[in-house]
Design a protein around this ligand. Structure first.
Ligand code: M1P
Length: 258
């Protein structure tokens, strides 16, 4: 591959793939990504989180994040940026859609009210604040609350594995909203993402499928039910499964020499 050849895009999931969940990127990973880009590949990220959370993990500021990669797809691509090659530190915003435009205020409130009522009837070892976070492309719903500390987050994750708090809630939501074309997805450690069917990570592919000959996707939750499954198994991508960020660094070397 030559240095000018940008027709192969490598898209990375964030949590569990580039970083440990909700943690910061290491200098080794940044070096590996820079090497991939210097070897002539286009490099992009696609995460369920919003721009501010991804920026905390990968960059100093939200502005810096927008041109740090060739593509930044936050909220699965509902909030999306492409580096502007004609301008130093410039970017183009690619996506404008929103969940409330798609499903309407009434349905959105029905879902929020159902979640709040359901969560008010659960007792957990601890509960904190911010149980529903509204994002442009999804609702993020957390039984413990997003305001929990890292320690409380890790403890909830273990508790949830034993007690199925989130999987039970997903079942209840699926029963209640079965005719609404809404997907309920367990992506991270403490929450459930709620978005229209099809607004999973494959949403971002519409922005790159015509401009790249091949698209690699690298993620850790690639089994059915995981939030990387749809894009990993999509016929437009070459899917790779990794187990942790160190594994991703090894895979980057393999992609470069392949
Ligand atoms: O890994 C992606 C997920 O990261 C966060 O999940 P949690 O806070 O539950 O660990 C959220 O931003 C979620 O939306 C996202 O899918």
């Amino acid at each position: 591959m030559t240095n000018n050849q940008k027709d192969t895009l490598v898209l990375f999931d964030v949590d569990g793939t580039l970083t440990m969940p909700r943690n910061q990127v290491t200098s080794n990973m940044l070096e590996a990504l820079a090497k991939l880009s210097d070897s002539g590949f286009s490099v992009g990220i696609v995460g369920g989180s919003d721009v501010s959370k991804i920026a905390e993990q990968l960059c100093k500021t939200q502005e810096a994040l927008k041109f740090a990669f060739d593509y930044v797809f936050s909220e699965n691509g509902l909030v999306a940026f492409q580096k502007d090659a004609t301008e130093n530190e410039g970017y183009i915003e690619l996506s404008k859609n929103s969940m409330v435009q798609e499903i309407g205020e009434e349905k959105l409130q029905e879902i929020i009210n159902f979640c709040l009522l359901y969560m008010s009837q659960i007792t957990l070892p601890c509960k904190r604040g911010t149980f529903v976070e509204y994002r442009r492309g999804m609702l993020n719903v957390s039984p413990i609350g997003r305001a929990c500390s890292q320690k409380e987050r890790d403890e909830f994750f273990q508790y949830d594995k034993q007690h199925g708090i989130r999987s039970d809630m997903v079942k209840a939501l699926e029963d209640k909203f079965s005719s609404c074309n809404i997907k309920f997805s367990i992506g991270g450690q403490i929450s459930i993402d709620v978005f229209p069917v099809g607004w999973d990570k494959t949403y971002c592919l519409q922005f790159v499928e015509k401009t790249h000959e091949s698209i690699h996707f690298v993620g850790d939750k690639t089994s059915p039910g995981g939030n990387d499954y749809e894009i990993f198994s999509d016929e437009r991508t070459i899917g790779h499964t990794v187990t942790c960020p160190e594994d991703t660094i090894k895979l980057i070397d393999e992609i470069i020499i392949s």
